[in-house]
Design a binder for this molecule. Structure first.
Ligand code: GTP
Ligand code: MG
Length: 378
């Protein structure tokens, strides 16, 4: 795991005590708490709020959003949840008005801007002279649940466009919303169709990691369930002598936590067991955002001739570049100014010449009049 170059491996002759380091880290992490940020993208009324409440076994807000927004907006809510002694600061970001406009070509833009803005805020904190990253509320999106309408047909253009514009910035997990409205056989076909459309459109979705042997079995199996067919409910229904989260219909009950009814419980399990992987992959997305931004600002690690370059040298090079640019601009402005002055001078000279000609003409007329003895009559 760590490169062992130029380093000798020795065995200890007695217990030292640094094997308590992992426990120290666990204690510190528990004391500090964890943060997890979910972005729910889906059209109005697709079941975003019901799913969130079902996943976290809490009734979060359920105020329906309007259908009449002129553009897509995002609503952010942060909650503190506690399970055993683990504190989770959960931020849920939901789209408002997604898919409600006549022209949906730019629907993805406010979402992409939001994701970038969270990266930018983190970068700004990181670059501060006095920074407080430990207490900083990290709002970078760890997972995006993309709600697909249960049409049983195919993905819509808005789905493809949105996912394509986000797949390099965030972990996307596609889910089929209100999956209780599709029959069992249709659902399998629909899932296959969605996956093949994602592949043929080059859209990368989150894959549950299979390299860690403790979770590789379950994760490989779960990758085969994608996209998850989810059902959510705000209500609890009495089944036998137990209250369960379910949706009640005249013909029966759909139980949210029953794996043969829907994949909601699979999604919950996978989100929880892979939370750290999602957070790690988010850090990787952030790294590429950071790299692009810093390169645009002129920062680099390698200078000419492939030699490493210090921060001081980068700043110096940037200052020099700025001075040269400034000089170039000043030169250009001066040139433009001189061109204008010369043009004006030429115009003035021509006017002066014309005035002189007129003056001479007047003088010659006056002379002629004087010769005719009419000058005094003028
Ligand atoms: P907005 O926030 O208004 O965009 O809606 P939303 O996406 O949060 O949907 P919400 O969870 O508020 O659900 C909208 C309606 O759909 C409600 O009447 C829910 O009871 C119903 N609903 C939610 N989830 C499901 C589901 O899985 N299946 C079915 N059949 N209906 C659902
Ligand atoms: Mg809602």
């Amino acid at each position: 795991f760590i490169q062992n170059v130029g380093c000798r491996t020795l065995s200890l002759s007695a217990h030292v005590g640094f094997d308590s380091l992992p426990d120290q880290l666990v204690r510190k992490s528990i004391k500090h708490g964890f943060c997890f940020n979910i972005l729910c993208i889906g059209e109005t009324g697709i079941g975003k709020s019901a799913l969130m409440s079902s996943l976290f076994n809490t009734n979060f807000d359920n105020s329906p959003s309007t259908h009449f927004l002129s553009s897509v907006r995002l609503r952010t809510q942060t909650y503190e949840l506690q399970e055993s002694n683990v504190l989770l600061k959960l931020t849920i970001v939901k789209t408002l008005g997604f898919g409600d406009q006549v022209n949906k070509a730019d629907s993805y833009q406010p979402i992409v801007d939001y994701v970038d803005a969270q990266f930018e805020a983190y970068l700004e904190e990181e670059l501060k002279v006095i920074r407080s990253l430990f207490s900083y509320h990290d709002t970078r999106i760890h997972v995006c649940l993309y709600f697909i309408s249960p049409t049983g047909r195919s993905l819509k253009t808005i789905d493809l466009l949105t996912m394509r514009n986000l797949d390099s910035k965030v972990n996307i997990i596609p889910v089929i919303g209100k999956a209780d409205s599709i029959s069992k056989t249709e659902l399998q076909e629909f899932k296959k169709k969605i996956m093949s459309e994602l592949v043929s459109n080059g859209i990368r979705i989150y894959q549950f990691p299979t390299d860690d042997e403790t979770v590789s079995g379950i994760n490989t199996m779960t990758n085969g369930y994608l996209p998850f067919a989810v059902v959510g409910s705000m209500e609890k229904v009495k089944v036998g002598n137990k209250m369960v989260r379910a949706r009640q219909y005249p013909w029966g009950i759909v139980k949210v936590e029953n794996e043969s009814h829907c994949d909601t419980i699979k999604l919950r399990r996978m989100l929880c067991t892979n939370m750290e992987d999602l957070r790690e992959k988010t850090r990787a997305y952030y790294e590429s955002y950071r790299c692009c931004r810093l390169e645009k600002l002129g920062c680099r690690d390698i200078g000419p001739e492939n030699k490493s370059i210090s921060l001081q040298e980068v700043v110096e090079a940037k200052r020099l570049e700025f001075c040269l640019e400034k000089e170039e601009k000043e030169k250009k402005i001066k040139q433009q100014f001189m061109q204008k002055v010369n043009k004006k001078a030429a115009v003035l000279e021509e006017a002066e010449q014309q005035a002189n000609t007129h003056k001479q003409e007047i003088m010659s007329y006056e002379e002629q009049l004087r010769d005719l003895g009419l000058f005094s009559l003028k």
